[in-house]
Design a protein around this ligand. Sequence first.
Ligand code: FAE
Length: 547
Amino acid sequence: MTVNPPHSTGSRGVSRRGFIVGTGSILGSAALTAPSARAAAIPTAADAPVADGAQVPALVIGTGYGGSVAALRLAQAGVDVQMVEMGMAWDTPGSDGKIFCNTLDPDQRSYWLRTRTKAPLNYFLGYPIDKDISRYTGILDAEELGGITVYQGRGVGGGSLVNGGMAVTPRRQNFPTVLPTVDPDEMYGVYYPRANAGLGVGLVDPNWFETADCYQFSRVGRKHAQRSGFPWTFVPDVYDWDYMKREASGTATRSALDGEILYGNNHGKKSLQQTYIAAARATGRVTVSALHKVTSVRPAAGGGYTVVMDQLDTGGDTVATKSVTAGRVFFAAGSVGTSKLLVKLRATGALPQLNGEVGKGWGDNGNVMCGRANHLWDPTGKLQSTIPCSGIDNWDAGGAFAEVAPLPTGIETYASFYLSITKNPHRAEFTYNPTTGAAELNWQTAWKQPAIDMAKSIFDRINSKEGTIYRTDLFGAYKIWGDHLTYHPLGGAVLGKATDNYGRLQGYSGLYVIDGALIPGNTSVNPFVTITALAERNIEKIIATDL
Ligand code: FAE
């Protein structure tokens, strides 16, 4: 969707109120021995890779939230676990001494097997800003599926390596639409608190927030929201808030205050590498094979399942193909990874009993982005923390929850930027195409319109009140809405439909789904706390009844 801005200079329609150089936005109570967040020093995230012909009691495909919870709890119950991850270990510094590259200066470490970056916010003054890079097994996958680009983390830690760390528990009144078959009492009484403790979730110090230069953008966002009568709220995060204070005072190496986020944080952020995976590895029962991509799972002749995987080099080429026998297999490859694998395995005869619900119920969590051009008297600050800490909650009235997001470019942009999560009702389906040998998604680009309308329920009103306009230079020439993407893929193997009410796949004993694929398309807020809490609930039941 494009509009002609009323305050343009005539120079490709860019508002005279400000402009942006480069890009950098990402925006785009313990129980059961919860892992103590950041208890360990950064661990070695991967081990010697699994051997061809190995036999393991439990194999977990993927090392994101669902997979890490499963591995930890199984290991604590005495089960040896092999985790298999297609991405890299991300435990070794590059030639610049850093493990992760900076959002403002991406190199080969940034993208999964691309020769050009594909930044979510990809234009400046209406001109594209992506750059050429070497093809490499980088950390962020911009996967182009039918009608939508789905951003996902690749590596040991999954999405926790690249995400903003916003750790949001849905409001309880919204929970029945998030997971209709799950008892809210157990989630809010036990599993959400357990997940928040395990992830190391915390809130920004509200007093520090009021004066910190790096959160001026958030305070401007609050002022504008409140002047238009919208509820504004702090949002918790897994970033170490004390560390950020030290970054601001100059006593710690900068990460959030140095533009690091989308391609990894070298300091400060408690990714799964520092929390669940560190705790899982500390049991001595969990091994992780990085750069191994699972391609097939089928019943083994002698019981259990044969799991076939390709070992990759950092150019993405297969250097070995291995076959491992596993007593139980946990699909935790993320909503897209798990859905793609399962529809292929059903269609190709490897797991023909999987039911007709597999592949269905996929949603984008209603993601849509936009920027607003502020007046010159409303600067948002040239120093911006990459970690969002607040949001505008118009879910009940307009169907949108909007993060007040940073644009950490290092210069004053006079821009307010937002990632909205909306109640978009559209759901897509993965199917297997035997001609191409690939799984396909039938999402339609036009299905973002309800999300845009819901986001407008907030930003049209704020613009009208403030006398401001939308930015039109961030996603293309004269393009207001970042409606081509999602950061929050959900569904494809929905709880209670493709699986039973605890993630057991229908038709196969010992096969489980334990990631975002279980959630039917929307969580009303950012999803990873819900994915973690649901995984905690399900694995507890599975350990108690199946092992
Ligand atoms: P996920 O974390 O994606 O892990 C799946 C893992 O499986 C990945 O490491 C894959 O590489 C691996 N894999 C896939 N296929 C295979 C295969 N065939 N063989 C072996 N391994 C495989 O899944 N959420 C929030 O709540 N708050 C935020 O602030 C936030 N910001 C985000 C920002 C960005 C840029 C992105 C991309 C996402 C963000 N998210 C955020 C979403 C969040 O990271 C995501 O919902 C979770 O990571 C999904 O967790 P899963 O366990 O489902």
